[in-house]
Design a protein around this ligand. Structure first.
Ligand code: DX5
Ligand code: ZN
Length: 217
């Protein structure tokens, strides 16, 4: 059984609170929150004020994916506005170990994110400090892209390393998840599967039900 983490980047921002209530009623336990700064990735999405606002509406677990340069500058802000997990990019962070420890000092789960061009080997020495490893299955910056299915090999690699070393991190993927390929992500051993457009385009309740049914058995 894997968990589905709907990415609110694909929600209707005019009805964000209602969209979140709808996925909550459909039975999900977490949402994925994509923060983009226009530097690390070309897009700008939203930041602390939006997270503070939706935190008042729900107790869902907030999985906050920081696509920002030097995320270490903002750990306190995201911890205080309601994040439950804070995930930072290996490629954007100047001192990854201390950033992960800082996130944990605030009582939050700490995650490492790797882009498609980054190997698992390059983060090997940091794995012991992480609660989550997020494997990007698209180049970050936009929703609605096609999954790079070859990236699922990293999930298997991370699962093997976890077993060999008795590590405890969860393995997550993000990007291009659809009804047609979510089963493949699940079978690769993914613990948390992010989906944006596949959840929010069309009927949200039906989409959640259909996606979850693929990863429940
Ligand atoms: C991409 C974001 C993803 C994105 C996923 O930069 O990190 O979380 O919202 O969207 P879909 O599921 O539409 O690919
Ligand atoms: Zn994301």
């Amino acid at each position: 059984m894997s968990k589905l983490a709907p990415s609110i980047l694909a929600a209707d921002f005019n009805r964000l609170g209602e969209n979140i209530k709808e996925i909550e009623a459909a039975g999900v336990s977490m949402i994925h929150v994509d923060v983009m700064d226009g530097m690390f990735v070309p897009s700008i999405s939203f930041g602390m004020p939006v997270i503070t606002s939706i935190r008042q509406e729900t107790d869902l677990f907030f999985d906050v994916h920081l696509m920002i340069e030097k995320p270490e500058r903002y750990i306190k802000n995201f911890a205080e506005c309601g994040a439950d997990a804070i995930l930072v990019h290996y490629e954007a962070c100047s001192d990854l170990k201390s950033t992960l420890l800082k996130i944990q000092d605030y009582g939050k789960k700490a995650g490492i994110v790797i882009n498609p061009e980054t190997s698992v080997a390059s983060i090997k020495k940091y794995l012991k400090y992480a609660d989550t490893i997020l494997v990007m299955t698209v180049h970050p910056g936009f929703g609605g892209q096609t999954m790079l299915e070859g990236e699922l090999n990293k999930v298997k690699e991370l699962a093997d390393i976890r077993e060999a070393n008795s590590y405890t991190y969860e393995i997550e993927i993000d990007g291009g998840v659809k009804q047609e390929n979510i089963r493949k992500a699940y079978e690769a051993g993914t613990d948390v599967i992010v989906a944006g457009t596949a959840v929010f385009n069309g009927n949200i309740t039906d989409n959640v039900k259909n996606l979850v049914s693929e990863i429940s058995g």
